[in-house]
Design a protein around this ligand. Sequence first.
Ligand code: PDD
Length: 278
Amino acid sequence: MSIAYLNGIFIKPDEPAIPIDERGHQFGDGIYEVMRFYNGKPFMLDEHLDRLFQSASAIRLKLQQDREALKQIIYELVNRSGMTNLDVYIQITRGIASRNHLFPDCPVSIAMTAKPFREIPAEAREEGASGMLHPDERWENCYIKSLNLLPNILAKQAAYEQGCLEAILVRNGQVTEGTSSNVYMVKQSTIFTTPLSKHILSGITRIAVKAIAEDLAIPFVERYFTPDELLQADEVFVTSTTLEIMPIVRFDGDRQILDGKPGPIANALYDRFKRITE
Ligand code: PDD
């Protein structure tokens, strides 16, 4: 059963609960995380919490709760949900205070939800998805998992309206990442992905994919590439907690990547990923 947590109480996710003065609502003044539980076990929980604390510190948001306290809330939420395969979203904001841009003197506000995850059907994975190139109109600090997602939402909606799963963002002539995923291309059996910087989120699935590639002895190179290189790659795929590893086989409706089918490297990575998470 889907369930939510807000500042000490457990509620239904659709229950009215956020006050108008909540700074997440007023300003998007907060950060978030998304993590997945497989068979009752969290996948890379510590890495997600590391990133949560890094995002908090980057926006000078001071949590009263430490890592252990957050873990306890997460585990209690998951236990109460009774589910074993689920996504946990955590939103932490600068609290509830009368509207004023300056930092308020109040405790942070913590919201969480536990919801069953939407499994991507095997046929959809075997077919692969479409992508769309889109200008990266976000701010300079995309390494922060901030609640401010307007440019991501607009780009994702534009992609959806063109029948595409994901918009691949381009800044200064280079591919950065997807609206909610990291991007990779394969050329001559080598995986290329954008290097970590302030302009992309350090994906937790990216960490897992890098480790799997090393394990499978597939070269993994972190360097910038252009949209043209991407379109001429042997394979393209995106990764995220919710998409896991998803092949992109076509761009902008008609530009096929190689033969328009998921390639052997994305498939090999996904097979290993699936075995780890099962
Ligand atoms: N998004 N880049 C961006 C901009 C993201 O929003 C995400 C994740 C990723 C991949 O990160 P990870 O592998 O840790 O999920 C990269 C989540 C799924 C979301 O916003 O729902």
